[in-house]
Design a protein around this ligand. Structure first.
Ligand SMILES: Cc1cc2nc3c(=O)[nH]c(=O)nc-3n(C[C@H](O)[C@H](O)[C@H](O)COP(=O)(O)OP(=O)(O)OC[C@H]3O[C@@H](n4cnc5c(N)ncnc54)[C@H](O)[C@@H]3O)c2cc1C
Length: 291
């Protein structure tokens, strides 16, 4: 970018600080709108100036290149409000799934237990239809408030969102989620807590949470499990530089501490090539690439 667009922006902000992989070069501009109106203004300004922008949640499904992003990162870190309305929660897009899951527990409302260990935001979870164990966002979303590509604000009901496995209309049409209304079900708090504890324990025992990652690196190919294919290809522990296939869970590519984005890319590509060569199965990355 030649000239700064936003006077309050951070410049050359390292994206390694904003992704759970802990890698990624600088963003030319990094802006943090403090209201839905400001978010809409920022997006409109980028569009009018024809400057590329990228909406960032918690950066937990994102691999930013070492060169970074020559555009505007629009962080939703300040849009984190969560309001309870009876059996519903109205959540701003930047609110963390963990926070909403805990709020639901305190309120004695069931439905968000699946999300308690997913380190993403409500907006990112709507984009991905994030899910785990016995639940996903499609089960709890009632409606979502979005900004369309032409700047219009609309409310879409769950049936209008085309939610599928890591798939949504938000993703397909480049919509920006401002907030989501979730509809939950009254339940016994001890039962909710027991479910959350069980899921947390399962994650801690099976996933390499001590290292940076974006969770499962690949989508589940139809009829297979990505982690098993990778393990059966003999790739558990395969490394390039500071990145590698986790010894604990072959479905996770992890940053052992000093990885570059290029290292992570190289591991992903090698895993794809080997699994294709040995089993004829294409592994499609779940993680999003930027820059
Ligand atoms: C340890 C670990 C475990 C994980 N476990 C799971 C799991 O069990 N299940 C699962 O589904 N995922 C899992 N993930 C992946 C990730 O947490 C989810 O996909 C999450 O929903 C991503 O949300 P985010 O806010 O971090 O999105 P980001 O990584 O910030 O962005 C991802 C995509 O969403 C878009 N986006 C973000 N916010 C918005 C918005 N408001 N409007 C429009 N687009 C937006 C971004 O532009 C980007 O394209 C895991 C990740 C980690 C690191």
């Amino acid at each position: 970018m030649n000239t700064p667009l936003f006077k309050n922006a951070l410049h050359n902000e390292p994206m390694s600080k904003h992704t759970t992989f802990g890698v990624g070069g600088p963003a030319a501009e990094f802006v943090v709108p403090e209201s839905a109106d400001e978010l809409a203004e920022v997006l409109a300004t980028c569009r009018t100036a024809d400057v590329p922008y990228f909406v960032l949640g918690k950066g937990s499904d994102l691999l930013v290149s070492d060169e970074g992003f020559d555009g505007v990162i629009v962080s939703l870190d300040a849009l984190v409000g969560v309001r309870r309305e009876g059996e519903r929660f109205v959540c701003e897009a930047g609110a963390s799934l963990g926070c909403v899951a805990r709020r639901a527990l305190y309120a004695g409302l069931s439905g968000m237990e699946f999300a308690c260990g997913i380190p993403g935001s409500i907006g990112g979870a709507c984009f991905m239809n994030a899910g785990a164990y016995d639940g996903c966002m499609a089960d709890v979303i009632e409606s979502v408030n979005v900004i369309t590509k032409d700047g219009t604000r609309v409310t879409l009901g769950v049936d209008e969102l085309d939610l599928g496995y890591r798939q949504s209309r938000v993703r397909n049409e480049g919509l920006v989620v401002i907030s989501a209304t979730l509809r939950l079900t009254p339940a016994n708090r001890d039962d909710i807590r027991a479910k959350m504890d069980d899921y947390t324990q399962r994650r801690e025992s099976k996933q390499p949470l001590e290292y940076g990652s974006a969770g499962s690196t690949f989508k589940r190919p139809e009829g297979y499990f990505a982690g098993k294919l990778i393990m059966d290809s003999g790739l558990k522990g395969y490394r390039v530089g500071g990145a590698g296939v986790s010894e604990k869970h072959a479905g996770f590519v992890v940053n052992y501490g000093d990885a570059t984005a290029a290292d992570v890319h190289a591991v992903i590509e090698h895993v794809q090539d080997e699994v294709k060569r040995q089993f004829g199965v294409h592994l499609e990355p779940e993680v999003r690439f930027l820059g």
